[in-house]
Design a protein around this ligand. Structure first.
Ligand code: B12
Ligand code: SF4
Ligand code: SF4
Length: 362
C-alpha cells in the first residue's frame, strides 16, 4: 500500500532525478499572515510601477483557488548559480546570475512537464493545471516559506536549508491528491543585516521589506520609465538585475552550481555585455533576434539600452575619476554616444545619453 509518507518520498526522489535540489509539499489553504505582510508592502507603495502586484492580493494568497480540483502543491527549487568571472574590462555591464542563461520560465516549465509525466507514469498522480513558475497569480515567496522550502531572509529571498543559499528559482506543480504538507523551516538570519547595509540604493530599509522604487532589479527590469537621476550613479555596472544582497549573504558562500546546461552563460547572454555595441541595435526586431529566449528581452530594446546608457555614464565617470582608462579607450565610447544621440529619436533615451556624456566631463 502506498502511504502518504512513502508517496511524498517518491515525489521528492523523482523531482531530485530531474535536478530539483529541494522539494516540499504545500497545503492548499489561505495564507492569512502572509496576506497581512503583503498588504503592508503594498500600502507602503513598495510595489512601485508594478500595477499587476496590486490586483487581487487575496487571490495571490489563496493557493486553493488557483487550480480547482487540486489538493496539494509540489514546491521545488533549482539552482541557477554559475561562478561569475572577473569583468572583461571597462564598459562591460554586469548581468544578474539568474539571467545569464536561457529564459527560466520556459526551461522550468519544460522540466516540470517532464516531472509531471514521471509522476503520472510511476505514481499515478494527476497534475492539475499548468506547471507554475514566477507568475503573479501566486505569492510564491509566502507559499514556499510557509512550507519550509527555505526561510525568508531579511532580503526577502528564500534561503534553502543545508547552506544551499538563495541562488535558486521557486516553482510548483499542483496535484489531485492530498500529500502531507511540510512545516515552516526555522532558519534565521540572526543579527546579520549585511544585505541591508550592502544594498547600493538602501532598498532594504527594514528587514523583510524591499522597496521596489529603489531596487536596481526593479529599475533595470520592470520599470518602463527613465531611471531617477539620484539613483543612476548607484547602479554601478549592473545593466540587468542585481545580486548584491545575495553576494554579501553568508548563506551564499558555497552555492551549488546549476545542474542544467540551459542556465549556464554559454546558453544565453552570459555574465557581461559589451555596452557600446548594444547602442548599435537599431530596431525591436534586431533586439529580439539577439535576446530571444533569454530573460533580457523583458525590458525590451528601450529598457536595456536605457540601462546601458546609465552604466556607460558610470563607467565614464569612474574612468575619469580614477584615471583608470586612457583617452584611446574613452574617446571611441564618447563618439559612440554622440552618434547614438544624433541617431536616436526616443526622448527618454536621448536624455539618458546626454547624462552619460556629461559624466565624462563633470
Ligand atoms: C515582484 C517580484 C520582484 C520585485 C519585488 C521583489 C520583492 N522582494 O518583493 C523585484 C523586481 C524588485 C524583484 C527582484 C528580484 N527577484 Co523577484 N519576484 C517577484 C515576484 C513576481 C513577486 C514577489 C512578491 O510577491 N513580493 C511581495 C512582497 C511582499 O513579498 P516579499 O517581500 O518577497 O515577502 C517575503 C518577506 O517579506 C518575508 N516576510 C513575510 N512577513 C514578514 C514579516 C517580517 C517581520 C519580516 C522580517 C519578513 C517577512 O517573507 C515573505 C516570503 O518570503 C516573485 C514570484 C512570485 N510569483 O512570487 C519573484 C521572485 C521573488 N523573484 C526572484 C528573484 C530571483 C529575484 C532577484 C534575485 C532577481 C535579480 N537578481 O535581479 C531580485 C531580488 C531582489 C530582492 N531582494 O527581493 C525569485 C526568488 C527566489 C528565491 N530564492 O527566493 C522569485 C520567487 C521568482 C521565482 N519563481 O523564482 N522581484
Ligand atoms: S537586488 Fe540590489 S538593489 Fe535590490 S534589494 Fe538587493 S541589493 Fe538592493
Ligand atoms: S545577508 Fe544576512 S540578513 Fe541578509 S539575508 Fe543573508 S543572512 Fe539574512
Amino acid at each position: 500500500m502506498v502511504t502518504s509518507s512513502s508517496l511524498k518520498q517518491s515525489v521528492v526522489e523523482l523531482a531530485a532525478s530531474k535536478g530539483f535540489s529541494n522539494t516540499v509539499i504545500g497545503a492548499l489553504e489561505p495564507m492569512t499572515d502572509e496576506l497581512q505582510h503583503y498588504r503592508e508592502w503594498l500600502e507602503r507603495g513598495y510595489s512601485a510601477g508594478m500595477e499587476y502586484m496590486k490586483r487581487s492580493p487575496e487571490f495571490r494568497n489563496s493557493p486553493q483557488l488557483l487550480y480547482p480540483g487540486s489538493r496539494s502543491a509540489i514546491i521545488v527549487s533549482v539552482s541557477y548559480y554559475t561562478e561569475k568571472p572577473e569583468s572583461p574590462g571597462p564598459f562591460y555591464g554586469n548581468v544578474a546570475r539568474y539571467a545569464v542563461g536561457l529564459d527560466y520560465h520556459a526551461v522550468i516549465r519544460r522540466k516540470l512537464r517532464e516531472l509531471r509525466d514521471l509522476l503520472t507514469e510511476q505514481l499515478g498522480l494527476t497534475v492539475v493545471g499548468k506547471p507554475f513558475v514566477d507568475s503573479v497569480a501566486l505569492y510564491e515567496q509566502g507559499f514556499s516559506a510557509r512550507h519550509g522550502l527555505g526561510f525568508a531572509g531579511k532580503n526577502t529571498l528564500i534561503i534553502g536549508p543545508k547552506l544551499s543559499g538563495s541562488y535558486h528559482f521557486v516553482a510548483e506543480l499542483f496535484v489531485d491528491v492530498e500529500i502531507d504538507a511540510d512545516e515552516k523551516y526555522r532558519g534565521t538570519c540572526g543579527s546579520c543585516f549585511r544585505c541591508g547595509s550592502g544594498c547600493p540604493t538602501d532598498a532594504i530599509g527594514e528587514p523583510g521589506f524591499v522597496d521596489a522604487n529603489l531596487c536596481i532589479s526593479y529599475l533595470t527590469i520592470e520599470n518602463k520609465d527613465g531611471i531617477p537621476l539620484d539613483l543612476r550613479p548607484k547602479l554601478g555596472n549592473w545593466v540587468f538585475g542585481c545580486d548584491v544582497c545575495q553576494e554579501v549573504c553568508p548563506y551564499n558562500q558555497r552555492p551549488p552550481e546549476t545542474p542544467w546546461e540551459e542556465f549556464r552563460p554559454e546558453a544565453g547572454a552570459g555574465h557581461y555585455l559589451y555596452l557600446p555595441d548594444l547602442l548599435l541595435i537599431k530596431t525591436d526586431e534586431e533586439f529580439h533576434r539577439r535576446f530571444e529566449h533569454t530573460p533580457l528581452r523583458r525590458p525590451k530594446r528601450r529598457g536595456l539600452i536605457r540601462n546601458a546608457l546609465v552604466v556607460l555614464g558610470n563607467e565614464l565617470r569612474r574612468a575619469r575619476v580614477e584615471q583608470s582608462a586612457d583617452k584611446e579607450v574613452i574617446l571611441p565610447v564618447v563618439q559612440r554616444l554622440e552618434w547614438f544621440r544624433a541617431a536616436e529619436e526616443d526622448p527618454m533615451l536621448r536624455e539618458h545619453t546626454e547624462w552619460a556624456l556629461l559624466q565624462a566631463e563633470v
